[in-house]
Design a protein around this ligand. Structure first.
Ligand code: ATP
Ligand code: LTN
Length: 332
């Protein structure tokens, strides 16, 4: 049988997932499952580069895994696992750290941004965060890495590290390509539509969480910021609020932007928002219900994650052994 190409991606369990994660990441991951050998990971090692409450981190990690499955990730077809369950991630990071220049890490935009945002906690882990990400990817010999635009620089570093190691020793790592979806359907904040909807936004009314009830979704959309005027037309630059709601409506119903424009021609924002609210609620509700079922059955979830962790380790260990041998570690 022809070997399928390998995909790896992950989400940091630093908050409840939003409709942005669904459209920008998970929906895409689900589509890739049949064609590729997919590894999907909950990046808890990355999460602790920012301060976490332990009980909260434990809960978010399991919640994120349940949400992956509820969104359509099939844990039989794909390998779904928790990063810290595979110690090879930390072990390879150490080796790769010795191949990474201080300058390379200092140049990372995310490091500079996060250092500014959390000036009270600029830890060494935050500095080498991209090296851990490189280890995540290289351990599985991933061909493609689906990520948002913001992670492209980390992917570039990963490629450089793979090439450097291969050049220093001999071919060891597959050099991965980023996979940035063409229309990543970037969902914007409901309150500040110039900004990405982000799980860590302190303004809760700006986010549609995948755990929100129908009433919460309808209410948040009703209160969403629209723009001056009263026409429903797709103009991201001048009417970012309306454009964002149209994108949500498009995602929930599959209707094109011009179909949406005709549907609401001559009607006001009130009608429009109430229709968008109902459709988005209908779209999210089966995902939320499935999520609630999974979360109520922790044993089943644990079984899935244990089995995913074992499958992931099997692959990761093979790569780590090669690396240890090449750098000169004694192995019996
Ligand atoms: P944080 O606010 O904690 O920094 P975040 O909510 O902005 O995080 P990440 O957890 O970094 O998002 O996102 C994981 C992946 O989900 C990203 O690679 C991105 O592609 C996708 N994603 C997140 N938010 C959105 C969004 N609003 N629209 C589209 N895609 C998104
Ligand atoms: N840093 C990523 C999450 C992440 C990841 C990865 C993505 C951790 N390890 C490996 C792709 C491949 C983020 O914040 N979105």
């Amino acid at each position: 049988m022809e070997q399928r190409k390998v995909i790896l991606s992950g989400v940091t369990p630093s908050g409840i997932l939003t409709i942005g994660h669904l459209t920008g990441a998970l929906t895409n991951w689900v589509k890739l499952q049949n064609e590729y050998d997919c590894y999907y990971m909950i990046a808890d090692l990355h999460a602790i580069t920012a301060k976490q409450t332990p009980a909260e981190l434990r809960k978010r990690t399991l919640d994120t895994a349940a949400m992956f499955i509820a969104s359509g990730i099939d844990p039989v077809n794909s390998t779904l696992f928790i990063q810290s369950h595979v110690p090879e991630h930390s072990q390879l990071t150490w080796v790769l750290n010795t191949f990474t220049g201080m300058g390379e890490c200092s140049r990372m935009t995310q490091f500079k941004d996060k250092s500014r945002q959390h000036s009270e906690n600029i830890n060494v882990g935050l500095f080498t965060y991209p090296v851990l990400m490189a280890a995540d990817i290289l351990l599985y010999q991933a061909d493609l890495v689906p990520v948002g635009e913001d992670q492209k620089q980390h992917l570039e570093l990963t490629r450089n590290l793979a090439q450097r190691f291969n050049h220093n020793y001999s071919d060891t790592f597959k050099v991965p390509e980023p996979y940035i979806p063409e229309i990543g359907a970037r969902i914007m904040s409901l309150q500040e539509p110039e900004k990405k909807m982000s799980k860590s936004d302190p303004i809760q009314g700006s986010i549609i969480f995948l755990t929100d009830t129908d009433e919460q979704i309808v209410g948040k959309i009703k209160r969403a910021v629209t723009d001056s005027g009263s026409e429903v037309i797709f103009d991201e630059e001048n009417k970012p609020g309306v454009a964002n709601l149209m994108t949500l409506y498009h995602i929930a119903t599959g209707k094109s932007m011009s179909e949406i424009e005709s549907e609401f021609a001559g009607k006001g924002y009130g009608d429009f928002k109430s229709q968008v609210g109902d459709s988005v609620a209908e779209f999210i509700s089966p995902i939320r219900d499935r999520y609630n079922e999974l979360i109520a059955n922790k044993d089943e979830l644990a079984k899935i994650l244990i089995s995913g962790g074992e499958k992931a380790r099997h692959t990761a260990l093979r790569t780590l052994r090669k690396v240890y041998k090449k750098v000169g570690f004694v192995q019996f």
